[in-house]
Write a protein that binds this ligand. Structure first.
Ligand code: GCU
Length: 658
């Protein structure tokens, strides 16, 4: 491989379009992107970009078409011509890539017009990139794919070709906002808002032709640290004035700037609590500075006490976001989106839904996921996360008759839409994502954010078809390896929803008691009799009560609580019998052996692809599967041994537990 991997946009992906006669009608920077794509495609595959005469594909940007959504497009056929129409360049770009994904089918399919529009209007990637290299976190916090593609040597890169290629990839999957810097805003990064702003404008130029607006993470203390004021109190007129002036300058440089992302009063970051203000007062102060320019504040709900005493059994980290935010429903300005992690704790392999998402019907909410695999194998393990996100977005907090999480975030269940946000998984690695198969998570995030009803298998199938075209054996093998890989990862790591059990330093690999006596509020409470966290209303922390019916009752009772979340909600004895018919301890043993066996099968399946995928991909994945095998065995053995020692219950099948 020379240079950077093309990911899901290799030249071959454009064959069907490139071999045809194509016309592009319309103006503007994003239409120009579409025209450029067509030019490259036809140059590579023998077709032609023409202005007149009959064509096979017509891509029309017609502002007067009567469509309301600039991101929507209509695809149909007029005679033998496939026609894509949109009212805006961005809709046309999405329509173009829809045709790319369809391949030949776009030219042979049904004739009737079909309208496509995103279900979630905000589809955003947050980069946890630092300009400088942080002494502990490196350049990209929780990044597993090398350094930042935006920054080098303490500044925005002079050469932004990599960022340009990234913007193109994101545009092709419908991502429409990118936050350029880490939610933990350090000293240099804070200055992106002020003296480094011209460089941010250069990045905005890179993203603009792909329909993507840029955001910055800002520090709540910026009026003090950058502005020299004695306070950052959100109700102080001088503070408000500072935000207003600073925001005006940002918009003077970047007229389509998206707005701010704010992590406040969270894990030590500054916030409104220091001034006795609440989070609505904090968020609204920034929102008012952005409002005249159409900007939005994404205000994170990740607020909890990270200096907990493990002896204190009452404080429950899972409760924290709801305790802080639910009472504020209705008090956020219209241009504030409260950004809520999908689970109540922190991107574990399995968590229930964050109850905040069902508790703020008058607030715009965005659901936050991690594409970066902080707790799911750090892009050393195959862990296809699209099934997890699909499950979350399809979850119905009020039961089967009610709206889904995607309905709430998409503005179909109360407040106007917030959206869906995820932490990006790319870096300057030649494969973008460290693990080449982790590209599928990035692709899948965009596709699912566009339409949460797509099945994970269908999304993966699109990715395989584009990335590894034309070989059914590769397609089948990748489905075998990836479709169930999230559940495989779950099987060999922390059991039954209890979470954590990771090494506190770095969050990779097992350490069953690593967090048990720590201040972070992430415990499993295993003793000689049982394991799990009692979060019930009757005897525990009361967290179940933050859910609406039916879930508050489903989770409250061990009888009805789903097995996969049992230890998140309940402390049970080791011989408690699951719905599966197994005892908890036998489930722990069985699932850990099974998870490792599944990894062995992945290795065998992948080995059969030698010669069928590019050699550099083959080698990288082969090496990483070795590491996954090692690490999964370590998880299996540490977890099994731990519970055998605690419980004294032997494995019913007599396998080796050390
Ligand atoms: C996790 C992660 C941190 C990150 C934080 C956040 O705790 O480990 O690195 O800063 O989430 O989402 O703000």
């Amino acid at each position: 491989m020379v240079g950077v991997h093309p990911a899901w946009l290799p030249a071959s992906a454009f064959r069907s379009i490139g071999a045809r006669r194509v016309r592009v009608v319309g103006d503007g920077p994003v239409v120009a992107t579409v025209r450029g794509e067509v030019e490259t495609a036809v140059a590579g595959h023998g077709g032609a970009l023409v202005d007149d005469g009959p064509v096979d594909l017509e891509l029309v940007c017609a502002p007067d078409d009567g469509e309301a959504d600039p991101e929507a497009f209509v695809v149909g056929r007029a005679g033998s011509t496939t026609v894509v129409r949109a009212i805006d360049g961005v809709g046309l770009l999405y329509g173009f890539h829809h045709v790319v994904r369809l391949g030949e089918a776009a030219f042979t399919g049904a004739a009737e017009d079909r309208r496509h529009a995103p279900r979630l209007p905000v589809r955003m990637l947050d980069h946890w990139d630092n300009v400088d290299v942080h002494p502990v976190m490196g350049q990209v916090e929780r990044g597993y794919a090398g350094g930042s593609i935006f920054y080098a040597d303490g500044a925005v890169r002079a050469d932004l070709s990599r960022a340009r290629a990234y913007a193109r990839l994101l545009g092709s999957i419908g991502v429409n906002r990118v936050c350029l810097n880490n939610v933990n805003v350090h000293r240099t990064e804070a200055r992106l808002l002020t003296d480094l702003l011209p460089d941010v404008a250069r990045l905005a130029e890179v993203f603009r032709p792909h329909g993507i607006r840029v955001h910055l993470s800002v520090s709540f203390a910026a009026p003090m640290t950058l502005g020299g004021l004695p306070t950052a109190d959100p109700l102080d007129p001088a503070v408000r004035d500072w935000w207003a002036r600073t925001s005006a300058e940002v918009y003077a440089a970047i007229p389509d700037f998206g707005g701010y992302v704010v992590k406040a009063d969270s894990e030590g970051s500054p916030g409104p609590f220091a001034y006795g203000r609440d989070h609505a007062e904090g968020a609204n102060a920034l929102a008012r500075a952005l409002a005249p320019f159409g900007g939005t504040v994404f205000w994170r709900a990740f607020v909890y006490n990270h200096r907990q005493d493990w002896r204190d059994r009452k404080t429950d980290r899972a409760r924290a976001a709801h305790d802080h935010f639910a009472p504020l429903d209705g008090s956020f300005d219209a241009n504030v989106v409260v950004q809520v992690k999908s689970g109540p704790v922190d991107f574990q392999v399995r968590e229930p839904l964050s109850p905040v998402i069902a508790a703020m019907p008058r607030t715009r909410l965005a659901v936050e996921f991690q594409v970066t695999q902080e707790y799911t194998g750090q892009q050393k393990h195959v862990c296809h996360l699209v099934p997890q996100w699909h499950e979350v977005l399809g979850f119905q907090p009020w039961g089967e008759e009610g709206p889904t999480v995607a309905d709430i975030a998409g503005g179909r269940a109360g407040a106007p839409a917030g959206g869906v946000v995820a932490v990006s998984n790319v870096g300057d690695d030649p494969f973008w994502t460290g693990h080449p198969l982790a590209q599928a998570n990035l692709f899948g995030f965009g596709r699912l954010a566009w339409d949460d009803r797509l099945t994970p298998e269908a999304v993966l199938d699109e990715w395989i078809g584009l990335t590894f075209p034309g070989d059914p054996a590769v397609r089948e093998a990748l489905h075998d390896i990836m479709d169930g890989s999230w559940l495989t990862y779950e099987r060999y790591t922390a059991p039954l929803g209890v979470g954590w059990m990771v090494n506190p330093a770095g969050h990779y690999g097992p350490s069953v008691d690593g967090y048990e006596y720590s201040p972070w509020g992430t415990y499993h409470f295993a003793d000689r009799d049982g394991v799990g966290v009692d979060r019930t209303r009757s005897t525990g922390t009361g967290f179940t009560g933050q859910f609406p019916a039916p879930w508050r009752d489903v989770y409250e009772s061990v009888e009805t609580c789903p097995d996969e979340l049992l230890l998140f909600f309940h402390h049970v004895p080791y011989d408690h019998v699951l719905h599966s018919g197994k005892t908890v301890v036998q489930h722990i043993y069985d699932s850990h052996f099974a998870g490792c066996e599944e990894v062995s099968r992945m290795v065998e399946t992948w080995a059969r692809l030698e010669g069928r995928v590019p050699p550099e991909v083959f080698e990288r994945v082969t090496a990483l599967l070795q590491e996954q095998t090692r690490c999964a065995a370590e998880w299996r053995d540490q977890v099994n041994t731990y519970f055998w020692r605690k419980s004294g219950v032997p494995d019913a099948r007599g396998r080796t537990i050390h």
